[in-house]
Design a protein around this ligand. Structure first.
Ligand code: ZN
Length: 141
């Protein structure tokens, strides 16, 4: 057992530790299943410490509770949360906003080139515009 204090952090500042499932290799199980990617650490070989995982969950909850704006109020460069009914939630950065063939809708394209059509009046979480958005540095442990 590792008794030394592990002070490694992920890019967001949360404490991480070596994944014990895969022994820090990122690989677990046969190559035939998702190329042998370890599901414990998503193939990185590292996972958040229990304390950091709890703090990250609290950060996500605070993010979800922060003020929403309508899709029409969103601007290029804003970080917004999309998804819901038929897709999983994801945070995207808006690269462009354009017209949509459907009346009352706009098309938001993210920095990865994915486009989504939304009703202009739809409420979306907007990290950039929300004045009550939590700061990740206040949660990272
Ligand atoms: Zn692992």
């Amino acid at each position: 057992m590792n008794t030394t204090q592990d002070t490694r952090k992920n890019a967001a500042g949360f404490s991480i530790t070596e994944c014990t499932r895969c022994g820090n290799t990122g690989n677990f199980g046969p190559q035939s299943i998702d190329a042998g990617r370890c599901f414990g650490c998503n193939g990185s070989g590292w996972k958040m410490t229990p304390k950091a995982a709890k703090a990250y969950k609290a950060y996500q909850a605070a993010l979800d509770a922060s003020t929403a704006s309508t899709a029409a109020e969103a601007k290029v460069g804003d970080r917004v949360k999309l998804g819901g009914a038929n897709t999983t939630y994801r945070w995207i950065t808006i690269a462009s906003i354009g017209a949509n063939l459907n009346a009352g809708c706009i098309t938001i394209t993210d920095t990865k080139g994915n486009s989504t059509g939304l009703p202009a009046t739809m409420k979306i979480q907007n990290f950039t515009q929300a004045t009550d958005a939590p700061r990740i540095a206040d949660y990272a442990v």
